[in-house]
Design a protein around this ligand. Sequence first.
Ligand code: C2E
Ligand code: CA
Length: 355
Amino acid sequence: MKTYKDLAGKKIQLSIMAVVFICIAITAYVCMSYLKELYIGKIYIIGALAYASISLLAVAYLYSSLLDRLSQSEVRYQLAQADLIRLNKDANEQEKLTKLLRLALENDELTILYQPRVSTKTGKICGAEALVRWFHADVGWISPDEFIPVAEKSDLILQLGLWVVKTVCQNIKKWHDLGFSLKISINLSKYQFRQGDIVKDIAQILWDTQIAPYSLEIELTENVLLENPEKCALMLSVLRSMGVTILVDNFGTGNLPLSYLRRYPISALKIARTFVRNISLSSQDNGIVNAIIAMGKGLKLRIIAEGVETKEQAGYLIKHEVDELQGYHISLPLAEEEFSVKLQEDVVPIISLKH
Ligand code: C2E
Ligand code: CA
């Protein structure tokens, strides 16, 4: 097979030959114009030389366009090779991470943090979002944004998700026994919802731990709710009839038709962080926040704002009668013991928001 370099050499050779022929033709013309008696022969010779030069130039041109096309496909080929190497490398990384994560689950390297949610009516902690974390001895803390997608590429997400539900329910039981009535929400991956027998698992765990089902909440993103709507409606109504509540996570960022808020047994909307972040900076985002609050209230849904980072944002959301606030301004996600301490301190974090 000819390579790019071979063809480049050929093009140069042909071009040189064409130039040589043209030079010979010109020289021949000049010499023969002095030999008037060979006038007929001169025409023939010049014609033949010109024909040869034009043919060679045409061949050189054809090679040149072929060369361009080849060079483009060679670039594409080299890019494809680079992609393949990167993908293989990524696949190796993925494989390594999956193995490590499997071990992490066996060796209890995963933990759950609880990020408090505060009621704007009572000013007290009324619940929390459970957020999984992985502590690896060499790497340190690994964010769920990194390892959940890895778990989702294998059946590990089902095992991990089940561990989260069990651990959270056991902790809810502890807090209930201490006299705290809380609603703790967990995030469910679309794969858990799609493949796993999650409804049956939750029912079993609720039975085993004997906690009040209303204290467990499920956070689902709009896109999960859009997948297979018939099956989703059925699963959600079974969960709801068990007493478990459903929240729409990151509301406003997906494609959920509003009619689905009626169709599904949804209890609350969590206004996406991205809208809360820009409150008061961009009136457009204020408009979105206001519209979500008005619509949620109209549908008698609880409204939770997540990602509340500043006093101004909190003030705005309280003024617009959002029911619960969650975010770094209220509290960072806390380890189980820290969260217990915070509950027992009976602090009223929201008071500091009302100046
Ligand atoms: P998410 O459901 O949107 O969770 C909220 C994320 O926002 C958390 O990140 C939380 O730490 C962060 N956050 C909370 N308050 C603030 C704030 O005021 N400002 C900013 N900038 N960020 C804030 P985290 O813990 O890294 O979780 C990332 C994502 O991982 C979660 O996003 C959730 O989708 C997923 N995740 C976490 N735990 C689980 C789990 O147990 N199962 C599944 N399937 N996914 C989980
Ligand atoms: Ca969430």
